[in-house]
Ligand binder design. Structure first.
Ligand code: C2E
Ligand code: CA
Ligand code: CA
Ligand code: CA
Length: 279
């Protein structure tokens, strides 16, 4: 038992070592990722259920590090926040997403909307607002071409600052979505206080809705709630026909998920939209 304990200890400590070595590599790598052009945006299509039209896409950040390979945004976004890189990264995301949107519109896809994710820290400074209004001008896009997704959790801290920033974005004409609705520190008062246009139901409710009556009921209730507040409701993480059919029956407005497409590069998204317009 003693040697087993010792063994466990050494595994544990080398684990910590690996983690900290990886973390250091990540930190150094991320600092150079922007300059080296290792970041990319992929786009996940969003579809209206009523007419089947692809109306937009969510931009999701990808990092291929030469040293570490693909790193998930769930790992590098929190790190970017922690080490003070999120404003630079976020500014890059805004410009890259709007550049793509400009290309789609130039290719004839008139009213396509691109959504970006915004981190807690980004709502504490004014750089987001400046970057967004500057990039909209630079790429000659109406503010309605952009949707900003925020999570409920981030609204907890810096409440007043977040509120005034979101109000400014809304006044500019950018639309706002509440992301991952139903998980985290969800508070219904956010829906009243912040000027949201749409609500995204977290994929954890959608994943098993065709088998789980409670999830089904919750989604139906969230859709009603959203509609009563005048919000467009989008279901995330839709993976099969059964889920799409149920969401259509419930009256959910739009879907996103592997059932439509995984996140893909900007050119592939354009192909997909053009294809559906021609058919
Ligand atoms: P999110 O905003 O909730 O994005 C949706 C996540 O669900 C994406 O993961 C997407 O690839 C995944 N997903 C989409 N459809 C399905 C499906 O049908 N089934 C399942 N199981 N998963 C699906 P991803 O790309 O790994 O991003 C993770 C999170 O990282 C995002 O969650 C978002 O919070 C954050 N993130 C990604 N890009 C950015 C960014 O540019 N800025 C910021 N601040 N956060 C970002
Ligand atoms: Ca999102
Ligand atoms: Ca989400
Ligand atoms: Ca999420």
């Amino acid at each position: 038992a003693k040697s087993k304990g010792k063994n466990t200890y050494s595994v544990f400590s080398s684990d910590i070592y690996r983690h900290s070595a990886r973390r250091m590599q990540l930190e150094i790598g991320l600092r150079h990722a922007l300059q080296r052009g290792e970041l990319r945006l992929h786009y996940q299509p969003q579809k209206f259920l009523a007419d089947g039209r692809l109306f937009g896409a969510e931009a999701l950040c990808r990092w291929y590090s030469h040293e570490l390979g693909d790193v998930s945004p769930s790992e590098f976004i929190p790190l970017a926040e922690e080490i003070g890189l999120i404003d630079d990264l976020g500014d890059w995301v805004v410009r890259e997403a709007l550049r793509s949107c400009r290309q789609w519109r130039e290719a004839g896809v008139e009213d396509v909307v691109v959504s970006i994710n915004v981190s807690p820290r980004q709502l504490r400074s004014d750089s987001l607002l400046t970057t967004i209004s500057g990039a909209l001008k630079e790429f000659r896009l109406p503010a309605s071409a952009l949707c900003v997704e925020v999570t409920e959790t981030l609204l907890m801290d810096s409440y007043d600052k977040a509120q005034s920033l979101l109000n400014s974005l809304r006044e500019l004409g950018v639309s706002l979505a509440i992301d991952d609705f139903g998980v985290g520190y969800s508070s219904l008062s956010y829906l009243k206080r912040f000027p949201f246009d749409s609500l995204k139901i977290d994929r954890s409710f959608v994943g098993d809705m065709e088998n789980n009556e409670d999830d089904h009921t919750l989604i139906r209730t969230i859709v009603q709630l959203g509609h009563n507040l005048g919000l467009k409701v989008v279901a995330e993480g839709v993976e099969n026909q059964a889920q799409q059919d149920l969401l259509t029956a419930i009256g959910c407005d739009a879907i996103q998920g592997y059932w439509l497409s995984k996140p893909i590069d900007g050119d592939s998204f354009l192909d997909l939209v053009v294809e559906q317009t021609v058919v």
